[in-house]
Design a protein around this ligand. Structure first.
Ligand code: ADP
Ligand code: ASP
Ligand code: MG
Length: 404
């Protein structure tokens, strides 16, 4: 007998028919004699709809109340799924995050899981119940409900799999696995048989939303193999694990992130300490910066450009505007109409010329690069948001020619 953790995303439980489809997948595994713990997300667009509702009532709502609201989405889906499983004649119990033992930090809306105490889950499994757990939620030390950030149900599933030493952790979604690009945007994207934690972590962080990046981080830390697969077809998915077979592929995927804004501080004095001052001010306000570009000084001044997420733009500008005079900067400009397109691949480390190929693809598509950032296994470019989809396709076609 094995312990299996299965996670179903919002689209997999979007309506009654799909809820029953999922109930059948679960009960099939249970009927084989396995213990099954299921993690579910809110149905379809429920979370987006709840956010809209909150903004209708009070756009300045507190984060605490927002978490009370958002956690309701998962409460609906666990109960409905449990009812479907009951209808199929199997024993089942649904549990909210706190009942399942999810203890989190206090950052409402983006809480981190501190511990999972799976006593109740174990008790229910001992009674041979199928356990359906609400993803994306827990409680903090004030006994308040918290949520884990968008896409957080993936992390809930991996957390249960790691504390309970599950034999299998399956992430069911609406595509058949992890692809070389978003298969909804790039129809000739290829499904990967396997991908390493490190590459998956980069892809997820750089915009491939098929897995939440924290879930991959946790899977790597506790060495939990993940299988990403579709709830709609019975095909094998993609395995995410430590060491993967070396395929001929130099890169494993192309990702796009629209949640970026670029800020440039123009004409700051070309003296030591400036970057330090700017970025420590931003860090003090909890503003993460991503790609950073500093121009070579000219006439004793230089420009510093960097990117932040769109949600942090206002905060970043207010920090910088307050600081502009002290900095002696001529001007601060920003652009929200940008996107980051990246390629990820462990093969990059040992192959020269990958960056050149990527830039060639962009040149051929007549797309201008604003900023570039690289690491051992990724290259990112910042471009005009309007060019992003075209860029993904052009780069993908360069590395994965259509006729292959
Ligand atoms: P779920 O609701 O199951 O959590 P998500 O919408 O969060 O599903 O993630 C699945 C989506 O991720 C797919 O529908 C697909 O459009 C998108 N996606 C982006 N990049 C990739 C990729 N490289 N491989 C597979 N899917 C991707
Ligand atoms: N329902 C949450 C969201 O939409 C969590 C998740 O789907 O993983 O972000
Ligand atoms: Mg998701």
């Amino acid at each position: 007998m094995s312990l299996i953790v299965q996670k179903f995303g919002g689209s997999s439980v979007a309506n009654a028919e799909r809820v029953f489809n999922v109930a059948r997948i679960i009960t099939e595994k249970y009927a084989e004699g396995n213990d099954v713990v299921v993690v579910v997300s809110a149905q379809g667009d429920t979370t987006d709809d709840l956010i809209e509702k909150a903004n209708e009532i009070n756009p300045d709502h507190s984060k605490r109340e927002m978490d009370v609201l958002l956690s309701a989405g998962e409460q609906i889906s666990i109960s409905l799924l449990a009812m479907a499983i009951e209808k199929l004649g199997f024993p089942v119990v649904s549990l909210l995050g706190w009942q399942a033992g999810f203890r989190t930090g206090s950052a409402y809306g983006n809480a981190r899981i501190k511990r999972v105490i799976p006593d109740r889950i174990r008790k229910e499994l001992d009674k041979r119940n199928i356990v359906v757990v609400a993803g994306f939620q827990g409680i903090n030390r004030y006994d308040d409900v918290t949520t884990l950030g968008r896409g957080g149900s993936d992390t809930s599933a991996v957390a249960i799999a790691s504390v309970m030493h599950a034999d299998l952790c399956q992430i069911y979604t609406d595509v058949e696995g992890v692809y070389t690009a978003d298969p909804r945007k790039v129809p000739n994207a290829k499904k990967l048989e396997e991908i390493s934690y490190d590459e998956m972590l980069e892809l997820a962080t750089l915009g491939a939303q098929v897995l939440n990046n924290r879930s991959v981080e946790m899977a790597k830390k506790y060495n939990i193999e993940l299988e990403v697969l579709s709830s709609m077809t019975k095909k094998p998915g993609t395995i995410v694990k430590e060491a993967v077979k070396m395929e001929k592929m130099l890169i494993s995927g192309v990702a796009k992130d629209n949640d970026v804004a670029r800020i440039s501080i123009i004409g700051v004095p070309d003296r030591p300490g400036l970057a330090f001052k700017v970025f420590s001010k931003l860090a003090a306000k909890d503003i993460n910066v991503d790609i950073i570009l500093q121009s070579i000084g000219r006439k004793d001044t230089k420009d510093i450009s960097f990117t932040v997420t769109k949600g942090k733009l206002k905060d970043a500008l207010s920090v910088l505007n307050d600081y502009c005079k002290i900095l002696n900067a001529a001007n601060i400009v920003y652009d929200e109409n940008v996107a980051k397109v990246s390629i990820v691949g462990a093969g990059m480390e040992s192959h020269a010329g990958i960056a050149a190929e990527m830039f060639e693809a962009l040149y051929e598509a007549q797309i201008n690069i604003q900023m570039i950032a690289t690491s051992e296994i990724k290259i990112s470019v910042l471009i005009d948001a309007g060019d992003a989809d075209k860029a993904v396709t052009a780069i993908h076609n360069k590395f994965f020619p259509v006729d292959q």
